[in-house]
Write a protein that binds this ligand. Sequence first.
Ligand code: HEC
Length: 454
Amino acid sequence: MSIMEIVGRFHPLLVHLPIGILVLAIAFEWLSGYQRYQILKPAITTIISLGAITALFSCITGYLLSQNGEYDGDTVSWHQWLGISVTLLSFLYVWIRSKSELAAKVFSVVVLVLLSITGHLGGSLTHGEDYLTEGLFTNNESMNVASIDDQTKMYADLVQPILESKCYTCHNASKQKGKLRLDAPEHIQKGGKNGTVLVAHKVDESEMIDRLLLPLDQDEHMPPKEKKQLSSVEVEILKRWIASGASFDQTVGELKLTNNLKDILQSHNTPNVSEVPIDDVGKADESIINKLRMLEVMVVPVSQESRYLSVNLINTTNIDSALVMMQELKEQIVWLNASSTSISDVNLKLVGALTNLSRLHLNNTKLSGEGLVSLKPLINLRYLNLSNTNVTGKALMSLASLTSLTSLHVYNTAVQESEIDAIQKAFLNARIEWKNYVVPMLPTDTVRVMLPYR
Ligand code: HEC
């Protein structure tokens, strides 16, 4: 980084000086009209001069900052010219005060107005156009199962809103971090300073996905860690879009993704907060987490501040070793997703030893239910999904002591209609999903989000 670039970086800091100083001067200008504030009068010219000088330095640093090529477009040029105007007018203001009191008052108003607009545009450049109203609107309403049908446009209805809410602030017309714009198809295709960021059909070669999956504390991770992160559903949608050819105009029906996307939305529904223990827990052993990741096991904290862990076995081919290693994290692991894996009834012994589990997905597996009794120690279990397995009603009854269960999914199992009453009685607190509920997770559903455990 050159010295000029470093100086440029002081701009966002420095601009607060002329703003503060000029506003103070203008306040004095008006207050000094009153008898009791007349004493302020002699200071005003000095204060405005200081404001003008700091404004000049802001212009210089601002100019240097804009030279890094990351800022472009109308907002920047308006901000620049208004900033220069404020500076010039402030110097004129100093001079005119010695001429006419009325002119001074007029100047104070003009400077105040221009200063406010310049400041607002500057804020938009730093924080994004909508930073003032950001919290007021959520624009991801398209993200629910009901609103997805064959006519849904893959890019316009699903992908673009994600990029808009999570990437535009730094990759748009007025600000192009990494020389990349993501706010229109042609820019996305063009890529950034390191070339293309999107390779149709090749998720692994697409930099814009790679960066989402990097550990949060790496500099290249997108969006940068202090910004709102993508949800796993959003990551999945971007991946499906690229895997299906990154089309900018096709509908999900044309791409034959309708059911697939509905499933993604359904299976990633956010778990209940009550499914995380309130008690604190020690930090998990990082070396074990790394070993698990070596086996392609996905291990993430259940929420950003939590030390409790969520584990997903979908990508691993070595479930046995993974389960053995997981025993060393049994305090921390509270959610386990083994859906669409080759997990067997024998494996359930080790699952049953993870006694802090509150949420367990075993759906879409070959389980017969024989091993289900091994889950009896899971007295904290609230959510259990056994849909699309061969689990029988009898096997299920062996878990009847799990009174904390509030959600039990046994759609498309060997459970008979005649057994449902008894099951409902055995699991009094549980909502039992038996009919009318589909959770088919495709075996190809490779979730590879890897966030660091903190
Ligand atoms: C807070 C600002 C910010 C946000 C929000 C942000 N980025 Fe970035 N992005 C950067 C910065 C800074 C760089 C350049 C530094 C670097 O290469 O790591 C960059 C670079 C990139 C690059 C590399 C471009 C190249 O050719 O080198 C990609 C790809 C990228 N971002 C994708 C994304 C995606 C996708 C999102 C939204 C999910 C996003 N960014 C959101 C700040 C941001």
